[in-house]
Design a protein around this ligand. Structure first.
Ligand SMILES: Cc1cc2nc3c(=O)[nH]c(=O)nc-3n(C[C@H](O)[C@H](O)[C@H](O)COP(=O)(O)O)c2cc1C
Length: 378
């Protein structure tokens, strides 16, 4: 077993443990992947102000997200198909998050259904959905999330049309995954994955049973998405969801200050500054480069969450410094899950927790509430 000291270590292990088509589905972005790279590069280019001779013997990472206490300002982002990275991936992710005291967000496009995750976990989780043409299906998902006692509904706004992720057709990604001549060697070298996922019991979209054909290639999925996801959506539709969901509402995919203000007006309890991890508008700015402007526009009227390129506790500290209340991890979660299942997700969270604690201490900061732009060099 290789030494695991960083999220990158988990990424490298994931690469060896799961088929290339699945790894690339997480690792890649839209078109030429400019925005994907920019998310990480812009975070990397920021530097901290090191401060010394400050008592940092008690650094506290505890805070709250959407009114609920959390052990650190981190949540697991919704990721479709997590159950293909590891058998029961969504259940394992939810369990690891709960044990670590942070929220887990289940995607509509998950392999385990809302009911599967609810039955296998004791802590409430968040549920993410898209606006579909069939609003009856949206209502059904809202009702199922309420029945599962989900503690927040996350509405993703930035997938009204689907961008091309070129690695997927190049790798011949299919859902459910299939053994083909093309991938036979790759799959044969990942026997544990093959046994548990390829021949496992849950291999397709758990929440969409009855809505999408049982055996669908990624092309069919793209066609289904094009047919189902609603390109006409506007802020009145967000208000419709708001009127149907009495609990906490998170709007994800905001990259512009004007949209952030509209989100507040539509009744959001939180917005997530996100470019879908570089998987949608290629050429969009990195999320970290627009965070401060959006936080200023929101001006405390709802919580500001952040994702895109978070691979370390240092990255979380940078997002907090520019106005985020908490950060979400998509790829880091999937690398960890693929590498070591539930233990891997726990490991990733603990690595980031320690990195964040040390970063706060070395910037002379004793709590996440005290983090501000002053910890960064301008
Ligand atoms: C494989 C994968 C699947 C994703 N699926 C969804 C999804 O179903 N719904 C959603 O709102 N966002 C989805 N996202 C975007 C994440 O929620 C999040 O915005 C993004 O991953 C953050 O960037 P990061 O991967 O650099 O952490 C997905 C991301 C990845 C990598």
């Amino acid at each position: 077993m290789p030494m695991i000291l960083s999220v990158e270590d988990l990424r490298q292990l994931a690469r060896r443990r799961i088929p290339r088509a699945i790894f690339d589905y997480a690792d890649g972005g839209a078109y030429d992947e400019h925005t994907l790279r920019r998310n990480a590069a812009d975070l990397d280019s920021m530097t901290f102000r090191q401060r010394v001779m400050v008592d940092v013997s008690n650094v506290s990472l505890a805070t709250s997200l959407l009114g609920a206490p959390v052990s650190m300002p981190l949540a697991i982002a919704p990721t479709g198909l997590a159950g293909l990275f590891h058998a029961d991936g969504e259940i394992l992710g939810a369990r690891a998050a709960a044990a670590c005291g942070i929220p887990f967000c289940l995607s509509t496009m998950s392999i385990c259904s809302i009911e599967d995750v609810r039955a296998a976990t004791s802590q409430p989780f968040w549920f993410q959905q898209y606006l579909m043409k069939d609003r009856g299906f949206n209502q059904e998902l809202i009702d199922r999330a309420a029945a599962a006692q989900c503690s927040a509904l996350m509405l993703t706004l930035d997938l009204q049309v689907l961008a091309d992720r070129r690695r997927d057709p190049r790798n011949g990604l299919t859902i459910p995954p299939r053994l083909t001549l093309r991938n036979a060697f790759d799959v044969a070298t990942k026997p544990s994955w093959a046994l548990k996922v390829l021949f496992g019991k849950r291999r397709t979209f758990g929440n969409l049973a009855g809505h999408i054909g049982g055996s669908s290639g990624i092309r069919t999925l793209a066609e289904w998405t094009a047919a189902q996801f609603d390109a006409t959506v506007n802020w009145r539709d967000v208000e419709w969801v708001r009127s149907r969901w009495p609990g906490k509402l998170i709007l994800k995919g905001v990259l512009d200050a004007e949209d952030a203000r509209s989100g507040v007006a539509a009744g959001a309890d939180a917005i997530v500054v996100s470019n879908h991890g570089g998987r949608q508008l290629d050429g969009a700015p990195s999320t970290i480069s627009v965070l401060q402007e959006i936080a200023t526009a929101i001006d405390g009227r709802c919580e500001v969450l952040f994702d895109g390129g978070i691979r370390s506790g240092q990255d979380i500290a940078k997002a907090l410094a520019l106005g985020a209340r908490g950060a979400l991890i998509g790829k880091s979660f999937l690398y960890a899950l693929s590498a070591l299942g539930e233990a891997g997700v726990t490991k990733a969270i603990e690595i980031m927790r320690n990195e964040l604690r040390v970063t706060l201490a070395l910037t002379g900061t004793s709590s996440v509430g005290a983090v501000g732009p002053h910890i960064l060099r301008s």
